[in-house]
Design a binder for this molecule. Sequence first.
Ligand code: SF4
Length: 279
Amino acid sequence: MKQIIVADPTGFCFGVRRAIETLEKILSDEGPIYSLGMPIHNPQEVERLAKKGLVVVDSPDMIPPLSRIFIRAHGISSELFSTLQKHSIHIVDGTCPFVKKAQERIKLLAREGYKICIIGNGNHPEIKALQGIVEGKATVIEKKEDVTEIGKTAKLGVISQTTQDSKVFAAIVSELALRTQEMRVYNTICNATRERQDATRKLAQFVDGIIVVGGRNSANTGKLYDIARFSGIDVVWIEHAEELDRRWLSGKARVGITAGASTPDWLISQLKNTLSSRR
Ligand code: SF4
């Protein structure tokens, strides 16, 4: 009989769970709603919500006037918020409170005249929103080698992507400190990502193989896959239980499950049930 161990914590983080619960309530109480971009990087969950009336679009022009609009956990810029207000009868704001906090911090830095550095990935929607809030007047640094882009400045304000690796953040901050007389640093890292990564590392010590479950478009799920792989055990990445080839289970007495912050509980339960029925 196989033993199944699920990483703890795993799956939805606080911000994603809150956003999806908000969306569910609106869909059930008020009906269809538009989302600019996928509300969550998980195709199965988006498909489930689409059946209840969620419509995902790529541009505000695709939203009919007087529609309901959902803002995902990564947030949006104030400019985009104003554009959406013109299209909407009701904006439902699913921005994670931790992301909102980072948005308040960056506004404060701009108001107080700091040159701003955001430590993170410039292509991520959360960072695009932060840049939009200060009208593009922030430099995004992803790695230590790029700090020269900041130049020398008298007052430097630093903020982080919420999912930033804390070691990378600390290394970049110490380099930046050499380039300015005054530096104000807001550590806006949220622990949800790190906790899921640590739980996956720990799980790898107790099992013969790990199943990573989550969307292939989910960067944080991909990171869990890399962590499990680098730990040297057998790893497979699936989006849902039906994708699992049962031959992978052969010879493994203990099987671990880990899931990205955008993987809903029902996909994790489905996988657990499938594994239990194959014992
Ligand atoms: S990872 Fe953290 S900041 Fe991002 S949505 Fe989840 S709880 Fe919020």
